[in-house]
Design a binder for this molecule. Sequence first.
Ligand code: NAI
Length: 345
Amino acid sequence: MIQVAFFDAKAYDKPSFERVGREHDIHFRFLETKLNEDTVELAKGCDAVCVFVNDTVNAAVIDRLYAYGVRLIALRSAGYNNVDVKAAFGKIHVVHVPAYSPYAVAEHAMALLLTSVRRIHKAYNRTREFNFSLNGLTGFDLHGKTVGVIGTGRIGRIFINICRGFGMKVIAYDHFPARDSDIEYVSLDELFASSDVISLHCPLTEETRHLIDSSAIGKMKKGVVIVNTSRGGLIDAEALLEGIKARKIGAACLDVYEEEADIFFEDRSGHILNDDLLSRLISMPNVIVTSHQAFLTEEALSNIAETTAGNILSYFENDGLCNNELCYRCGHIEQCKKERKERCF
Ligand code: NAI
Protein backbone atom coordinates (compact mmCIF):
# COMPACT_ATOMS: atom_id res chain seq x y z
CA MET A 1 0.00 0.00 0.00
CA ILE A 2 1.33 3.46 -0.91
CA GLN A 3 1.87 5.56 2.22
CA VAL A 4 1.16 9.28 1.92
CA ALA A 5 1.71 11.89 4.66
CA PHE A 6 -1.21 14.29 4.20
CA PHE A 7 -0.25 17.65 5.72
CA ASP A 8 -2.61 20.44 6.76
CA ALA A 9 -5.58 18.04 6.71
CA LYS A 10 -8.98 19.64 7.24
CA ALA A 11 -12.31 18.00 8.06
CA TYR A 12 -13.57 18.75 4.55
CA ASP A 13 -10.61 16.90 2.95
CA LYS A 14 -11.14 13.57 4.66
CA PRO A 15 -14.34 12.08 3.11
CA SER A 16 -13.16 12.40 -0.50
CA PHE A 17 -9.56 11.31 0.19
CA GLU A 18 -10.63 8.38 2.37
CA ARG A 19 -12.91 7.25 -0.46
CA VAL A 20 -10.21 7.37 -3.17
CA GLY A 21 -7.70 5.84 -0.73
CA ARG A 22 -9.95 2.81 -0.24
CA GLU A 23 -10.54 2.50 -3.98
CA HIS A 24 -6.85 2.66 -4.95
CA ASP A 25 -4.99 1.13 -1.99
CA ILE A 26 -3.42 4.39 -0.90
CA HIS A 27 -3.11 5.11 2.82
CA PHE A 28 -3.39 8.82 3.57
CA ARG A 29 -1.90 9.61 6.99
CA PHE A 30 -3.90 12.74 7.91
CA LEU A 31 -1.83 15.29 9.83
CA GLU A 32 -3.36 18.53 11.05
CA THR A 33 -0.03 20.33 11.09
CA LYS A 34 1.39 22.14 8.08
CA LEU A 35 4.55 20.88 6.43
CA ASN A 36 7.63 22.94 7.27
CA GLU A 37 11.16 22.44 8.60
CA ASP A 38 9.84 21.66 12.10
CA THR A 39 7.27 19.07 11.00
CA VAL A 40 8.94 17.39 8.04
CA GLU A 41 10.01 14.47 10.24
CA LEU A 42 6.37 13.32 10.29
CA ALA A 43 6.84 12.22 6.68
CA LYS A 44 9.36 9.52 7.70
CA GLY A 45 8.34 6.11 6.36
CA CYS A 46 6.06 7.59 3.69
CA ASP A 47 6.44 7.26 -0.07
CA ALA A 48 4.84 10.62 -0.81
CA VAL A 49 3.60 13.80 0.83
CA CYS A 50 0.33 15.48 -0.07
CA VAL A 51 0.43 19.25 0.53
CA PHE A 52 -1.77 22.31 0.16
CA VAL A 53 -1.24 26.01 -0.51
CA ASN A 54 0.17 27.04 2.86
CA ASP A 55 2.60 24.19 3.42
CA THR A 56 6.23 25.29 3.14
CA VAL A 57 8.09 23.12 0.66
CA ASN A 58 11.41 24.94 0.44
CA ALA A 59 14.88 23.57 -0.37
CA ALA A 60 15.56 22.55 3.26
CA VAL A 61 12.26 20.65 3.54
CA ILE A 62 12.84 19.00 0.15
CA ASP A 63 16.31 17.80 1.16
CA ARG A 64 14.94 16.26 4.36
CA LEU A 65 12.06 14.58 2.49
CA TYR A 66 14.56 13.18 -0.01
CA ALA A 67 16.74 11.84 2.79
CA TYR A 68 13.67 10.12 4.30
CA GLY A 69 13.01 8.36 0.98
CA VAL A 70 9.97 10.44 -0.03
CA ARG A 71 9.83 10.43 -3.84
CA LEU A 72 6.72 12.42 -4.68
CA ILE A 73 5.22 15.74 -3.63
CA ALA A 74 1.54 15.67 -4.57
CA LEU A 75 0.02 19.13 -4.39
CA ARG A 76 -3.73 19.08 -3.96
CA SER A 77 -3.91 22.58 -5.47
CA ALA A 78 -3.34 24.20 -8.84
CA GLY A 79 -0.97 26.94 -7.65
CA TYR A 80 2.51 25.76 -6.61
CA ASN A 81 4.31 28.95 -5.61
CA ASN A 82 4.95 27.41 -2.15
CA VAL A 83 7.09 24.61 -3.64
CA ASP A 84 10.70 25.25 -4.63
CA VAL A 85 10.40 23.26 -7.85
CA LYS A 86 13.99 24.06 -8.80
CA ALA A 87 15.29 22.56 -5.53
CA ALA A 88 13.12 19.48 -6.09
CA PHE A 89 14.41 18.94 -9.63
CA GLY A 90 16.49 15.76 -9.92
CA LYS A 91 15.36 14.58 -6.45
CA ILE A 92 11.63 14.51 -5.87
CA HIS A 93 8.95 14.65 -8.53
CA VAL A 94 6.20 17.23 -8.06
CA VAL A 95 2.62 16.79 -9.29
CA HIS A 96 -0.38 19.06 -8.93
CA VAL A 97 -4.09 19.27 -9.75
CA PRO A 98 -4.15 21.75 -12.61
CA ALA A 99 -7.92 22.01 -12.87
CA TYR A 100 -10.40 20.64 -10.38
CA SER A 101 -13.17 23.07 -10.90
CA PRO A 102 -12.19 26.31 -12.52
CA TYR A 103 -15.91 27.08 -12.34
CA ALA A 104 -15.75 27.03 -8.52
CA VAL A 105 -13.14 29.81 -8.47
CA ALA A 106 -14.60 31.89 -11.30
CA GLU A 107 -18.09 31.69 -9.77
CA HIS A 108 -16.71 32.70 -6.36
CA ALA A 109 -15.02 35.71 -7.94
CA MET A 110 -18.38 36.78 -9.38
CA ALA A 111 -20.13 36.02 -6.07
CA LEU A 112 -17.70 38.35 -4.29
CA LEU A 113 -18.11 41.03 -6.94
CA LEU A 114 -21.91 40.93 -6.81
CA THR A 115 -21.90 40.86 -3.01
CA SER A 116 -19.71 43.93 -3.00
CA VAL A 117 -21.40 46.04 -5.65
CA ARG A 118 -24.93 45.25 -4.41
CA ARG A 119 -23.96 45.48 -0.69
CA ILE A 120 -25.43 42.02 -0.01
CA HIS A 121 -23.13 41.54 3.01
CA LYS A 122 -24.59 44.70 4.57
CA ALA A 123 -28.18 43.82 3.71
CA TYR A 124 -27.84 40.29 5.12
CA ASN A 125 -26.71 41.61 8.48
CA ARG A 126 -29.39 44.30 8.55
CA THR A 127 -32.39 42.10 7.83
CA ARG A 128 -31.26 39.55 10.44
CA GLU A 129 -31.80 42.36 12.95
CA PHE A 130 -35.08 43.41 11.30
CA ASN A 131 -33.44 46.56 9.97
CA PHE A 132 -35.14 47.01 6.62
CA SER A 133 -33.65 50.39 5.79
CA LEU A 134 -32.07 50.80 2.34
CA ASN A 135 -29.89 53.76 3.26
CA GLY A 136 -26.30 53.28 2.13
CA LEU A 137 -27.09 50.19 0.07
CA THR A 138 -27.02 51.84 -3.36
CA GLY A 139 -24.94 49.75 -5.72
CA PHE A 140 -24.20 49.98 -9.43
CA ASP A 141 -25.06 47.91 -12.52
CA LEU A 142 -22.35 45.60 -13.80
CA HIS A 143 -24.00 45.78 -17.21
CA GLY A 144 -22.04 48.10 -19.47
CA LYS A 145 -19.04 48.34 -17.11
CA THR A 146 -15.53 47.38 -18.20
CA VAL A 147 -13.86 44.46 -16.45
CA GLY A 148 -10.11 43.96 -16.81
CA VAL A 149 -9.07 40.32 -16.40
CA ILE A 150 -5.40 39.63 -15.65
CA GLY A 151 -4.56 36.03 -16.57
CA THR A 152 -6.73 34.33 -19.18
CA GLY A 153 -6.10 30.66 -18.35
CA ARG A 154 -8.75 28.19 -17.28
CA ILE A 155 -10.27 30.30 -14.50
CA GLY A 156 -9.81 33.69 -16.17
CA ARG A 157 -11.61 32.55 -19.30
CA ILE A 158 -14.59 31.17 -17.39
CA PHE A 159 -14.75 34.42 -15.44
CA ILE A 160 -14.72 36.29 -18.75
CA ASN A 161 -17.71 34.27 -19.98
CA ILE A 162 -19.60 34.94 -16.77
CA CYS A 163 -18.90 38.67 -17.11
CA ARG A 164 -20.06 38.64 -20.71
CA GLY A 165 -23.30 37.07 -19.50
CA PHE A 166 -23.76 40.16 -17.36
CA GLY A 167 -23.26 42.41 -20.39
CA MET A 168 -19.87 43.70 -19.26
CA LYS A 169 -17.18 44.82 -21.67
CA VAL A 170 -14.17 42.57 -21.16
CA ILE A 171 -10.54 43.53 -21.72
CA ALA A 172 -7.62 41.36 -20.64
CA TYR A 173 -3.90 41.15 -20.08
CA ASP A 174 -1.88 37.93 -20.19
CA HIS A 175 1.82 37.36 -20.54
CA PHE A 176 0.95 34.61 -23.01
CA PRO A 177 -2.26 35.75 -24.76
CA ALA A 178 -4.52 32.94 -25.97
CA ARG A 179 -4.27 32.76 -29.74
CA ASP A 180 -7.50 30.84 -30.28
CA SER A 181 -9.82 33.32 -28.61
CA ASP A 182 -11.87 36.42 -29.21
CA ILE A 183 -10.51 38.10 -26.07
CA GLU A 184 -9.50 41.75 -26.47
CA TYR A 185 -5.97 41.95 -25.08
CA VAL A 186 -4.57 45.31 -23.98
CA SER A 187 -1.40 46.41 -22.20
CA LEU A 188 -1.38 46.27 -18.40
CA ASP A 189 -1.35 50.09 -18.22
CA GLU A 190 -4.34 50.31 -20.54
CA LEU A 191 -6.18 47.72 -18.46
CA PHE A 192 -5.48 49.69 -15.28
CA ALA A 193 -6.65 52.94 -16.89
CA SER A 194 -9.87 51.60 -18.46
CA SER A 195 -11.29 49.06 -16.02
CA ASP A 196 -14.15 49.61 -13.57
CA VAL A 197 -13.46 46.16 -12.15
CA ILE A 198 -10.11 44.33 -12.15
CA SER A 199 -10.02 40.59 -11.45
CA LEU A 200 -6.76 38.68 -10.94
CA HIS A 201 -6.39 35.17 -12.38
CA CYS A 202 -2.66 34.83 -13.04
CA PRO A 203 -0.24 32.74 -10.96
CA LEU A 204 2.05 34.20 -8.31
CA THR A 205 5.61 34.30 -9.64
CA GLU A 206 8.60 36.56 -9.01
CA GLU A 207 7.32 38.62 -11.92
CA THR A 208 3.74 38.96 -10.69
CA ARG A 209 4.50 39.55 -6.99
CA HIS A 210 2.91 42.90 -6.06
CA LEU A 211 1.59 43.35 -9.58
CA ILE A 212 -0.95 45.58 -7.85
CA ASP A 213 1.22 48.11 -5.99
CA SER A 214 0.93 51.83 -5.37
CA SER A 215 2.18 52.65 -8.86
CA ALA A 216 -0.42 50.34 -10.48
CA ILE A 217 -3.18 51.71 -8.22
CA GLY A 218 -2.15 55.23 -9.24
CA LYS A 219 -2.95 54.35 -12.86
CA MET A 220 -6.43 52.98 -12.08
CA LYS A 221 -9.82 54.66 -12.37
CA LYS A 222 -11.21 56.25 -9.22
CA GLY A 223 -13.70 53.83 -7.66
CA VAL A 224 -12.21 50.70 -9.22
CA VAL A 225 -13.25 47.37 -7.68
CA ILE A 226 -10.39 44.88 -7.27
CA VAL A 227 -11.15 41.15 -7.04
CA ASN A 228 -8.41 38.70 -6.06
CA THR A 229 -9.17 34.99 -6.00
CA SER A 230 -5.69 34.04 -7.21
CA ARG A 231 -2.85 34.53 -4.71
CA GLY A 232 -2.45 37.16 -1.99
CA GLY A 233 1.08 38.08 -3.05
CA LEU A 234 -0.23 39.57 -6.29
CA ILE A 235 -1.33 42.59 -4.26
CA ASP A 236 0.76 44.82 -2.02
CA ALA A 237 -1.81 44.91 0.79
CA GLU A 238 -0.32 48.10 2.35
CA ALA A 239 -0.75 49.89 -0.97
CA LEU A 240 -4.28 48.50 -1.27
CA LEU A 241 -5.18 49.87 2.16
CA GLU A 242 -3.72 53.28 1.26
CA GLY A 243 -5.74 53.23 -1.99
CA ILE A 244 -8.91 52.49 -0.05
CA LYS A 245 -8.20 55.19 2.55
CA ALA A 246 -7.55 57.69 -0.26
CA ARG A 247 -10.98 56.73 -1.77
CA LYS A 248 -9.18 55.74 -4.97
CA ILE A 249 -10.24 52.11 -4.69
CA GLY A 250 -14.01 51.73 -4.54
CA ALA A 251 -14.00 48.19 -3.15
CA ALA A 252 -11.80 45.14 -2.72
CA CYS A 253 -12.93 41.51 -2.76
CA LEU A 254 -10.20 39.26 -1.41
CA ASP A 255 -10.26 35.49 -1.19
CA VAL A 256 -6.52 35.43 -0.66
CA TYR A 257 -4.08 37.52 1.38
CA GLU A 258 -0.29 37.60 1.25
CA GLU A 259 0.16 36.70 4.91
CA GLU A 260 -2.73 34.23 5.05
CA ALA A 261 -0.61 31.15 5.86
CA ASP A 262 -0.91 31.37 9.66
CA ILE A 263 -4.40 32.87 9.70
CA PHE A 264 -6.75 31.44 7.07
CA PHE A 265 -8.52 28.07 7.29
CA GLU A 266 -8.78 28.20 11.12
CA ASP A 267 -11.35 29.53 13.59
CA ARG A 268 -9.58 32.46 15.23
CA SER A 269 -12.71 34.14 16.56
CA GLY A 270 -11.61 33.68 20.17
CA HIS A 271 -8.15 35.14 19.58
CA ILE A 272 -6.61 38.59 19.16
CA LEU A 273 -5.60 38.94 15.52
CA ASN A 274 -1.97 40.04 15.39
CA ASP A 275 -2.09 41.12 11.77
CA ASP A 276 -2.98 44.83 11.93
CA LEU A 277 -3.11 45.20 8.19
CA LEU A 278 -5.66 42.41 7.73
CA SER A 279 -7.70 43.71 10.70
CA ARG A 280 -7.79 47.18 9.14
CA LEU A 281 -8.78 45.80 5.73
CA ILE A 282 -11.57 43.69 7.25
CA SER A 283 -12.82 46.74 9.17
CA MET A 284 -13.43 48.64 5.93
CA PRO A 285 -17.07 48.72 4.79
CA ASN A 286 -16.00 48.23 1.17
CA VAL A 287 -13.71 45.24 1.70
CA ILE A 288 -14.94 41.65 1.66
CA VAL A 289 -12.59 38.90 2.77
CA THR A 290 -13.21 35.18 2.40
CA SER A 291 -10.54 32.79 3.65
CA HIS A 292 -9.28 31.07 0.50
CA GLN A 293 -12.66 29.52 -0.05
CA ALA A 294 -13.05 29.93 -3.81
CA PHE A 295 -12.18 26.30 -4.56
CA LEU A 296 -14.52 24.85 -1.94
CA THR A 297 -17.33 23.08 -3.78
CA GLU A 298 -18.42 19.43 -3.67
CA GLU A 299 -17.38 19.01 -7.29
CA ALA A 300 -13.94 20.50 -6.74
CA LEU A 301 -13.21 18.41 -3.61
CA SER A 302 -14.12 15.22 -5.40
CA ASN A 303 -12.02 16.13 -8.47
CA ILE A 304 -9.04 17.11 -6.26
CA ALA A 305 -9.07 13.73 -4.49
CA GLU A 306 -9.49 11.73 -7.71
CA THR A 307 -6.80 13.61 -9.63
CA THR A 308 -4.38 13.43 -6.68
CA ALA A 309 -4.90 9.65 -6.40
CA GLY A 310 -4.40 9.36 -10.19
CA ASN A 311 -1.17 11.39 -9.97
CA ILE A 312 0.15 9.19 -7.15
CA LEU A 313 -0.74 5.96 -8.98
CA SER A 314 0.84 7.10 -12.24
CA TYR A 315 4.08 7.74 -10.38
CA PHE A 316 4.23 4.59 -8.25
CA GLU A 317 2.34 2.01 -10.29
CA ASN A 318 2.43 3.03 -13.92
CA ASP A 319 5.40 4.18 -15.96
CA GLY A 320 5.95 7.30 -13.89
CA LEU A 321 4.67 9.52 -16.65
CA CYS A 322 2.20 12.02 -15.32
CA ASN A 323 0.63 14.82 -17.32
CA ASN A 324 0.33 16.78 -14.11
CA GLU A 325 4.05 16.74 -13.27
CA LEU A 326 5.65 20.13 -12.70
CA CYS A 327 9.17 21.45 -12.79
CA TYR A 328 10.92 24.78 -13.01
CA ARG A 329 10.87 24.54 -16.80
CA CYS A 330 7.05 24.66 -16.94
CA GLY A 331 5.94 27.39 -19.30
CA HIS A 332 9.19 27.22 -21.31
CA ILE A 333 7.86 25.21 -24.22
CA GLU A 334 11.25 24.70 -25.85
CA GLN A 335 12.74 23.15 -22.68
CA CYS A 336 9.68 21.30 -21.43
CA LYS A 337 10.04 17.53 -21.63
CA LYS A 338 6.47 16.97 -20.54
CA GLU A 339 5.35 18.52 -23.83
CA ARG A 340 7.33 15.68 -25.44
CA LYS A 341 5.63 13.09 -23.21
CA GLU A 342 8.72 12.43 -21.10
CA ARG A 343 9.26 12.69 -17.34
CA CYS A 344 10.64 16.03 -16.16
CA PHE A 345 13.88 14.29 -15.07
P1 NAI B 1 -3.86 28.72 -15.65
O1 NAI B 1 -2.45 28.25 -15.63
O2 NAI B 1 -4.86 28.00 -16.48
O3 NAI B 1 -3.88 30.27 -16.11
C1 NAI B 1 -3.00 31.23 -15.64
C2 NAI B 1 -2.87 32.29 -16.71
O4 NAI B 1 -2.01 33.32 -16.20
C3 NAI B 1 -2.22 31.77 -18.01
O5 NAI B 1 -2.99 32.16 -19.12
C4 NAI B 1 -0.86 32.42 -18.00
O6 NAI B 1 -0.38 32.71 -19.33
C5 NAI B 1 -1.15 33.70 -17.25
N1 NAI B 1 0.06 34.35 -16.76
C6 NAI B 1 1.24 33.79 -16.38
N2 NAI B 1 2.11 34.74 -16.03
C7 NAI B 1 1.48 35.93 -16.18
C8 NAI B 1 1.86 37.27 -15.98
N3 NAI B 1 3.10 37.60 -15.58
N4 NAI B 1 0.95 38.25 -16.22
C9 NAI B 1 -0.30 37.92 -16.67
N5 NAI B 1 -0.72 36.67 -16.88
C10 NAI B 1 0.17 35.68 -16.65
O7 NAI B 1 -4.30 28.80 -14.13
P2 NAI B 1 -5.80 28.77 -13.54
O8 NAI B 1 -6.22 27.37 -13.33
O9 NAI B 1 -6.65 29.67 -14.35
O10 NAI B 1 -5.54 29.40 -12.09
C11 NAI B 1 -5.14 30.74 -11.93
C12 NAI B 1 -4.70 30.97 -10.51
O11 NAI B 1 -5.83 30.85 -9.65
C13 NAI B 1 -3.70 29.93 -9.98
O12 NAI B 1 -2.37 30.29 -10.28
C14 NAI B 1 -3.96 29.95 -8.49
O13 NAI B 1 -3.03 30.82 -7.90
C15 NAI B 1 -5.35 30.54 -8.36
N6 NAI B 1 -6.30 29.61 -7.72
C16 NAI B 1 -6.96 30.02 -6.59
C17 NAI B 1 -7.87 29.19 -5.96
C18 NAI B 1 -8.65 29.63 -4.74
O14 NAI B 1 -9.27 28.80 -4.07
N7 NAI B 1 -8.67 30.90 -4.40
C19 NAI B 1 -8.10 27.83 -6.45
C20 NAI B 1 -7.40 27.52 -7.67
C21 NAI B 1 -6.52 28.38 -8.27
